[in-house]
Design a protein around this ligand. Structure first.
Ligand code: SF4
Length: 370
């Protein structure tokens, strides 16, 4: 969490990360600015163009191969703790984007992490994962050019984790993650295995690999980049790359959408009335009265309704600029905007659910769930 100016930002993959000023991350963590690469990217995604992806580590190596049409991989995943929401939707779309740009795509069901961090038994996470993978397929992931797997069942990931464990001390884990139980340290080593597995000979050997994640996951990248260099002689690993997206504000005005606060987020499988109610009750950057809003305009920068549309639901960049300007000038009122956003979201959810139903059997087959 970011605190007073004299304290550093804490990026905690298992706790609360709130970033007040993204600019500070470049200096504090050595994260590179994504904006400086944007002009070189042949077909930048919506998240890239709009600054939702704001930082990276070593993305240049992936970009080079993208431009030359040479092999590269994308790897990320989901912790199977519940239904798809806007955060997991973002990661899924990022993976699909890179797959469409030519990457071999790896999607990990982080069931070991769900067990260690959230105490979710494997029998339960298996059921949740079936739904999550059906969501991924419905969004456009092509399983013929990708690999979807469960950590718990993937021997290669577990082998790497065991191997990596030999070269990491407790002091290193504490320095990166703070004082945690050994199970979480173990799950971090497993994630390092996830990130480097795409470079094993079984998957066509070493290659640039991008890991698109929220900024709170950076610790895993720091650990894995260190391990990649320690094991370079054995595996010839290319140092993994990452892109970082911003953390979405909660609908209730909190700095982050969080499961423990049900009014701060919605899932793609919630009933429409519930989604509509949450949007209707959402915090906005609007003024207390219509008269003031018309005179002074709203503040889209602090508004989760603007953020939802800009991150996920408005394809055309000109339309996003129009919403921003109409809010700023007082032309657009919050009630009207919320009604429009509700309609857009509910249409998306309805369409997504319809597509998803067709992929449940395929998901079971991929995950080998009876
Ligand atoms: S008009 Fe829309 S973008 Fe502006 S503050 Fe209100 S809800 Fe937010």
């Amino acid at each position: 969490m970011s605190t007073a100016d004299n304290r550093k930002t804490v990026l905690d993959p298992w706790g609360t990360t709130v970033v007040e000023d993204y600019n500070r991350l470049y200096e504090e963590f050595g994260i590179q600015r994504f904006k400086s690469l944007l002009a070189e990217i042949p077909n930048p995604s919506m998240y890239m163009r709009r600054g939702v992806i704001f930082g990276h580590r070593n993305f240049e190596s992936v970009l080079e191969n993208m431009k030359r049409h040479e092999k590269f991989a994308v790897m990320s995943g989901i912790k199977p703790t519940g239904e798809f929401h806007l955060g997991t939707l973002m990661t899924a779309r990022e993976i699909i984007y890179f797959q469409q740009q030519g990457a071999t795509a790896f999607y990990c069901i982080a069931d070991i992490e769900a067990y260690e961090d959230n105490k979710i038994p494997f029998e339960k996470s298996e059921k949740i994962a079936v739904g999550n993978v059906a969501d991924l397929l419905a969004l456009g992931f092509d399983p013929k050019r990708g690999y979807i797997y469960r950590q718990y069942k993937e021997q290669r990931v577990r082998n790497l984790a065991v191997l990596f464990g030999r070269s990491v001390t407790l002091a290193t884990m504490k320095a990166i993650y703070g004082e945690r139980n050994i199970g979480l340290y173990l799950s971090a080593l497993v994630q390092a295995g996830d990130i480097l597995m795409p470079q094993l000979e079984d998957f066509d050997g070493p290659k640039p690999t991008v890991v698109p994640v929220g900024i709170d996951q950076d610790a895993h990248l720091r650990l894995t980049r260190d391990l990649a260099s320690k094991f370079r002689r054995k595996f010839n690993f290319v140092s993994p790359s990452s892109t970082y997206h911003k953390i979405m504000k909660g609908l209730d005005g909190s700095p982050k959408m969080a499961k423990r606060n049900s009014m701060s987020y919605f899932t793609l499988h919630e009933n429409p009335e519930s989604i509509a109610k949450k949007i209707s009750n959402a915090f906005t950057g609007g003024r207390p009265t219509v008269e003031e809003q018309r005179r002074l305009g709203g503040v889209p920068e602090i508004c989760p309704i603007y953020e939802i549309e800009m991150y996920h639901f408005v394809e055309n960049d000109d339309d996003v600029v129009k919403v921003y300007n109409d809010c700023r000038s007082g032309k657009l009122l919050c009630g009207e905007h919320k009604a429009r956003t509700t309609e857009i979201v509910l249409n998306f959810v309805k369409d997504h659910k319809r597509k998803r139903r067709k992929f449940v059997d395929k998901s079971r087959e991929i995950l080998q769930v009876a």
